[in-house]
Design a binder for this molecule. Sequence first.
Ligand SMILES: Nc1ncnc2c1ncn2[C@@H]1O[C@H](COP(=O)(O)OP(=O)(O)OP(=O)(O)O)[C@@H](O)[C@H]1O
Length: 264
Amino acid sequence: MPVIQLQHINWSRPEKEILKGIDWRVRKGEHWVVLGPNGAGKSALLNIICGHQWPTSGTVEVLGHTYGNVDLRQLRRSIGYISASLLEKFARFHQQEQALDVVLSGFHSSIGLYDRVGKEERERAIHLLEQFGCRSLVDRPFMQLSQGEKQRVFLARAWMAQPQLLILDEPCSGLDLPARESFLRSLEQLAQSETAPTLLYTTHHVEEIIPAVTHVALFRDGQMTHQGTKQQALTDETLRDLFDIDLRLAWEGDRPWIVPGALV
Ligand SMILES: Nc1ncnc2c1ncn2[C@@H]1O[C@H](COP(=O)(O)OP(=O)(O)OP(=O)(O)O)[C@@H](O)[C@H]1O
């Protein structure tokens, strides 16, 4: 059973075709990055996978369930999702909530802590904060945290519900270099754990592809132009086509990075 299977997905708005003919399969044991420039349609694709948006045509199957024949609220308990808009919701509604409460709220996949939680869940939440290097933030109001700290607390929150699929929309945006590396280390650690979920995240930056990522999909103008193992998908040619600039791809260990060519 594939974790995600998209067949002939199209999504159009009156003024624009946003997703065009997407066929994609993600299997268990794989971790994917969707890489592409601004406005390519990456977030639109994630919204369709999470069932927040309905495609104009095509079929969506996630964790063995075909959309249209499944209770999405139930299915979403198995899908962790982190995005800037979710962080904003917290900013608006939960100004004084402590970091620990934010992590605990992930247990019920709710925004806010509405259900009772036991000692075991509290211990697990503290353990997760520790695992992601933010044990000291336990009782700090979430809104006072830096962007990087918030992202790691959110990662712990998503992991609290032990989802089978963890989706992150541009998780490194707004992070400086140390915060980004610290976040990516937490993600790598999560991916290496025994009970790791299938990871899927979007980015504009090749440098954010961590060693645990096995596959990459290149996205441009609403189309998946390449998909495959990261070694197949990431080449000088595919990346020049994707970003429309002269560049060279380099690898350092298992991390890719880009050397831009001369500006013309
Ligand atoms: N609800 C909508 N109605 C109309 N157009 C939309 C809607 N949602 C997205 N778009 C358009 O679809 C295109 C793809 O947007 P999307 O946010 O998915 O791109 P992205 O690859 O995630 O971009 P970025 O990296 O800049 O976040 C953009 O041109 C955007 O303006």
